[in-house]
Design a protein around this ligand. Structure first.
Ligand code: NDP
Length: 276
């Protein structure tokens, strides 16, 4: 019998960690699967996805720049995907239709609370960025009980649009990037911008963080280095990158597809390496 087919779609995608993560999860249960990468530009995404699933594939992860397109082409959408307006998981349903889901927010919160053992309840939170990932995590931060959520984005209209979509003005609002130096200190600072991935860094005032602050960068590896260095300079109490979130979001996709919950700690430890 042919092994079930999965893949991650993106552009570029060569360095994706999703294939080894899913293979590691599958080994925990003795499941045989094929998990590949599909490098496709925006204009070819729709056809590539349809071809992939028409060939009998079971599920796909979706990353930059296709998350909004994945949401748009699906036949059914989970609440998390609908709130975000983006999807990072596509699943073929029994009747051949495609279901979209977004696991970013749940993965971030599980990494913060279960791996790093930090409690977001009652914290003041600053969300940097208002792109797909920021939209994927904003509602989960509020659901997890942060006291306030301040959204700041380089293009202010996207931050305004996210705050308007959340529609909880007593807890969530947008501020301008130029105001950052005047905003004071936050307990939780989440960097959901792609500045690090694009090879740049954010210019952030040190007044945002202090010994009680948790600084979390959704990116990982070299892409997170600039933000983590800023957090150290700002004397933040705790700073971490998004590698744990990546493993947690993959675990949610794995459970959707296989009905089994994989252990994430061994896979995280392996990716983190001996210096962790
Ligand atoms: P998008 O392209 O949808 O959004 C990018 C965001 O970054 C926008 O808000 C954009 O602002 C902002 N931005 C880009 N460059 C700069 C800059 N130089 N200065 C300030 N703001 C900037 O990307 P995503 O939201 O999908 O991804 C964001 C990051 O999160 C990526 O690094 C991605 O790898 C990471 N990620 C990690 C995950 C994990 O599991 N660990 C999961 C999902 C994402 P503007 O609107 O002005 O362009």
């Amino acid at each position: 019998m042919q092994a079930a087919q999965f893949a991650v779609f993106g552009h570029p995608i060569k360095h994706s960690l999703s294939p080894p993560i899913h293979q590691a999860f599958a080994r925990q249960f003795g499941i045989a699967l094929e998990y590949g990468t599909v490098d496709v530009a925006a204009e070819g995404f729709h056809d590539a996805v349809r071809r992939f699933f028409a060939g009998g594939a079971v599920g796909a992860n979706v990353t930059l720049p296709h998350k909004a397109a994945a949401f748009a082409l699906a036949d059914e959408r989970s609440l998390a995907a609908t709130r975000a307006g983006t999807a990072n998981v596509l699943t073929r349903l029994g009747d051949g239709r495609l279901a979209a889901h977004n696991t970013d927010g749940a993965g971030l919160l599980r990494d913060i609370t279960e791996r790093h053992r930090l409690d977001p309840r009652g914290r003041s939170a600053l969300l940097l960025g208002a792109g797909g990932a920021a939209r994927g995590v904003a509602w989960n931060l509020l659901d997890a009980g942060v006291a306030t959520l301040t959204i700041v984005n380089r293009s202010p209209e996207s931050a305004d649009a996210l705050a308007a979509a959340i529609a909880e003005p007593a807890r969530a609002g947008a501020r301008h990037w130029e105001d950052l130096a005047a905003l004071g200190r936050y307990d939780l600072i989440v960097n959901a911008t792609s500045a690090g991935v694009l090879g740049g860094g954010l210019q952030l005032p040190c007044s945002l963080a202090g010994p009680r602050s948790l600084c979390y960068d959704l990116s990982y590896g070299a892409a997170a280095a600039h933000f983590l260095a800023w957090a150290r300079t700002a004397d933040a109490g705790y700073a971490c990158d998004g590698l744990g979130m990546l493993v947690e979001t993959a675990a949610d996709a794995f459970e959707l597809w296989h009905g089994k919950r994989p252990a994430t700690d061994p896979v995280y430890a392996q990716l983190r390496g001996p210096d962790a």
